[in-house]
Write a protein that binds this ligand. Structure first.
Ligand code: ZN
Ligand code: MN
Ligand code: MN
Length: 283
């Protein structure tokens, strides 16, 4: 199974694979640059070579990149929108240079411009960026949000609408974050609610678009619209939901990534717990 965590690139991107391997990951997620800065040093050929060599050595099978927190693909401020599109383009280039297959990104925050305008602007941003990159092979994964503040992407309908407005639809999928979905009001804590939520996902977005999962418990209640990750089994979601997800044959081959709080040892504890929930691995 492609199971792992968001690991640090401190000291160099080539350190990420071993950081994942040390806690038992078969898949990892990384920022390819400091996620809180607009600027970043270019990746050198040595960095890239070392990263690829380390991936092989550690036998990490799948890498996801996550975009910078500064990017807002529907900012109503023209300068921020321009900077965001530029940086998103760089994120794509960096991920591709590293041989990464998925770039997870947050749809955007409309601030005060309204959801409809925000959705149109996100799609316009993606179309503009992808049209400049005809040979792009990376999968862009829209991440569902908790709906905090003016964040777009908290409902399956909004995600589906963004996807429908993108010209190169085969380049775009969805990353389902459990904590975000739960905070946005989607329940999946028992078999019944789980089946219902994923049937709804299938009806509105299509399960074929679900290409990655973020496994996080939630510090906040169902429908709270507050994005606070918690250790698996210690939040309001509870372990049963994760047992259902991990054992769902429809999702065996999808990378599943922890973004729980704390140190690397906390990740190991969460990962070990998740592994204990897997009943009959076929992946
Ligand atoms: Zn995210
Ligand atoms: Mn996430
Ligand atoms: Mn979050």
């Amino acid at each position: 199974m492609l199971l792992g965590a968001h690991v640090s690139i401190a000291g160099g991107i080539e350190n990420a694979p071993i950081n994942g391997k040390n806690i038992g990951c078969t898949a990892i997620q990384i920022f390819t640059k400091n996620q809180m800065q607009w600027q970043s040093a270019e990746l050198s050929t040595e960095n890239i070579k070392a990263f690829l060599a380390e991936l092989q050595r550690t036998d990490i099978k799948c890498v996801l990149a996550h975009d910078s927190y500064l990017i807002n693909l529907c900012s109503p401020k023209p300068d921020v929108l321009e900077k965001s599109r530029h940086l998103f383009s760089i994120e794509i280039e960096r991920a591709e240079a590293l041989g990464i297959s998925y770039l997870v990104f947050h749809p955007g925050s409309h601030l005060n411009s309204g959801e409809r305008i925000g959705i149109l602007k996100i799609a316009e941003s993606i179309n503009e960026i992808l049209n400049k990159k005809p040979n792009q092979t990376l999968n862009l994964l829209l991440e569902n949000t908790a709906g905090q503040g003016s964040n777009i992407g908290y409902s399956f309908e909004q995600l589906a609408e963004i996807v429908s407005l993108i010209e190169k639809q085969n380049r775009v999928g969805v990353c389902f974050d459990t904590a975000h979905a739960f905070a946005a009001g989607y329940d999946f804590r028992d078999v019944r609610s789980y089946e219902q939520t994923f049937a709804e996902f299938d009806r509105i977005i299509g399960l074929e678009k679900l290409l990655a999962v973020h496994l996080n418990d939630s510090k906040k209640e169902l429908g709270s619209r507050v994005d606070r990750h918690e250790h698996i089994g210690e939040g309001f979601i509870g372990t049963e939901a994760f047992r259902l997800l991990l054992n769902d044959p429809r999702f065996y081959n999808i990378p599943k990534i922890l973004e729980t709080p704390g140190k690397i040892s906390d990740f190991k504890r969460n990962l070990d717990l998740l592994k204990s929930l897997i009943q009959n691995e076929k992946g």
